[in-house]
Design a protein around this ligand. Sequence first.
Ligand code: SAH
Length: 204
Amino acid sequence: MKLKTLEMTLQRLAGFSRPRPSLEQYQTPAPLAARLLYHALMNGDIEGKRVCDLGSGTGVLAIGAALLGAESVIGIEIDEKALETARANADLLDAAVDFIAADAKDPLLPERAGPCDTVVMNPPFGAQKAHADRPFIDLALQLAPVTYGIFNAGSTQFVKAYTEGRGEIAERVGGSFQIKRTFSFHTKDVQEIEVEILRLKRTP
Ligand code: SAH
């Protein structure tokens, strides 16, 4: 599947029915999701691999990974409503994804969900709850040797310091991207934020 085809396919997926700001629910835009997944595919991190999507939300990243030939895909999400949307989205595209309800902070989760070969994630950035992204980084490093994560632009220093001794930033993928983020409590308020994709490698 070509990058453009993947992007157009992911564009068809439904968004959050009632996005919860406290969970920083916003859908990863199809072009950004496709970019991340395609890059991971080219690195040999998707096809035939066990992929986990942390904070899978509407399922865009998980479903995309399945369409690109992952051996198995697990989507981990705390919110039941989002899981419903994600399951319907997977059905729409006939993608085999196992969406499970779990809190990324649950210490038993690595045993339940892992191990996997590759983590993909667009975690909360910590705009509503400070440091909300940390449990996701911790879990990613436990689950897989390689992670592709979407972070606020300018997070490189933080991620580098936070993962010291556990992992390293192997790559910054494709510069920064603008994404529009709409909060449910201010439906007319669209905020542009700049994000970047980082590829983390776990320290062996
Ligand atoms: N890739 C997703 C992005 C979702 S935004 C998409 O395109 O839809 C971040 C997601 O993380 C939200 O769905 C939110 O509900 C989920 N989340 C927030 N805190 C969580 C936690 N502690 N454990 C699991 N999921 C969580």
